[in-house]
Ligand binder design. Structure first.
Ligand code: ZN
Length: 295
C-alpha cells in the first residue's frame, strides 16, 4: 500500500448500516465498551453502556417514528443529472451511481407519509450513509415536494436531518435547495400545520442554514454535532480555544437554539404530544412542565 492510499483509507463506518464491518461485536466509540451488535440494534442504535447515540439507518428511523405498517413512500422517482459534469478525484456521476447501487435508493433522502401514534404525518429522513447526506438538487426537491404534499393532505411534517451540508459537486444548484426548502415550508405555515425538526448527528452546513432550523419545534438527539462551519474551521479562523461541548446539542440548548434534547426512545411520544398541542387538539400525553415552558 502506498503512503497516499494509507492516508486515504476509509475510517470504519459508524452505526450499523449495510456498509459496517461485519462482526458480532463492536467497540463503543464513546465508552470503549464491547457491545454485542444485536444489542445495539435492539437498543435503537444507542450504546447500552453509555447511551451514546449512533447514526441510525433510514429504515430503522422510520420504524422508530411511525406506527407499524403505516409508511407510504413518496420519494424515489427523480435523480440528479450532473449538469456540471463535475469531476474531482473521480467523476460525480460515477460516485453517485456507486452510492445508488450500494444503498438501493436514488439519493440521500426518503420521504413519505404514515401514522405517528395514530396521527397523520409526513416526513423526510436524510441518509447520512449516502454521500454524507449532502443536500443536492434531488434532496432539496424531494423535501420541497413532500412538504407541499403534506400541506395539501393536512399532515404535520417531521424532518429528520443528518447531513454534511450542500453537495459541492452540484455547485450553485445545491445551494439553491436552501431557498427551495425554506419557501416550501411557507405552505405548512399558511395552513397552521406543525413542523417538527429533528436534528441528528451530524447536521451541518446548508442543511442547518435552511429548513433544519426552521421547525416550530426543534429537537436534537444527545451530543449531536449541529453547526454551519465545523469546530475545526472556527478554531483555525478565530485562533482561540473553543468551549467544552461547543456546537453539540446540549450546548445549543443552553444557548437557546433548540427547544429540547431528547433521547431516541422518547421521540415518538413527545412528537405526538407536540403535534396535538400545535394542532389545537387536547394533549393525550401529558407534557412535562419544562417542555411546555419551551413552547
Ligand atoms: Zn458506549
Amino acid at each position: 500500500m502506498t503512503l497516499e492510499r494509507w492516508f486515504r483509507r476509509k475510517k470504519p463506518t459508524k452505526g450499523d448500516d449495510d456498509s459496517s464491518p461485519v462482526g458480532l461485536w463492536l467497540k463503543c466509540e464513546s465508552c470503549n465498551a464491547q457491545i454485542y451488535r444485536k444489542d445495539l440494534v435492539a437498543n435503537l442504535y444507542v450504546c447500552p453502556e453509555c447511551q451514546h447515540h449512533y447514526q441510525m439507518p433510514v429504515d430503522a428511523r422510520l420504524e422508530l417514528l411511525l406506527d407499524e405498517g403505516s409508511f407510504e413512500q413518496w420519494s424515489g422517482h427523480i435523480q440528479a443529472t450532473d449538469p456540471l459534469e463535475f469531476v474531482d478525484q473521480e467523476a460525480y456521476a460515477d460516485k453517485l451511481k456507486a452510492a445508488q447501487e450500494k444503498h438501493h435508493r436514488k439519493d440521500a433522502i426518503v420521504t413519505g407519509s404514515g401514522l405517528l401514534n395514530g396521527l397523520p404525518v409526513a416526513l423526510s429522513v436524510m441518509d447520512f450513509f449516502f454521500l454524507g447526506g449532502s443536500m443536492g438538487s434531488v434532496v432539496g426537491e424531494e423535501i420541497a415536494r413532500a412538504v407541499e404534499r403534506a400541506a395539501d393532505e393536512d399532515r404535520a411534517f417531521i424532518a429528520v436531518t443528518a447531513s454534511g451540508g450542500a453537495r459541492m459537486q452540484e455547485g450553485a444548484l445545491s445551494l439553491m435547495q436552501m431557498a427551495k426548502t425554506t419557501v416550501a415550508l411557507e405552505r405548512l405555515a399558511e395552513k397552521h400545520l406543525p413542523f417538527i425538526s429533528l436534528l441528528t448527528d451530524p447536521t451541518t452546513g446548508g442543511t442547518t442554514a435552511s429548513f433544519a432550523t426552521l421547525g416550530d419545534i426543534i429537537i436534537a438527539e444527545p451530543k449531536a454535532l449541529i453547526c454551519f462551519a465545523g469546530p475545526r474551521v472556527i478554531q483555525q479562523t478565530i485562533k482561540q480555544e473553543l468551549p467544552e461541548g461547543f456546537q453539540r446539542s446540549e450546548f445549543l440548548l443552553e444557548k437557546g437554539m433548540l427547544d429540547d434534547v431528547l433521547e431516541r426512545s422518547k421521540l415518538k411520544d413527545k412528537f405526538a404530544a407536540y403535534i396535538r398541542l400545535l394542532s389545537g387538539k387536547v394533549p393525550q400525553v401529558t407534557l412535562e412542565a419544562e417542555h411546555v415552558a419551551t413552547l
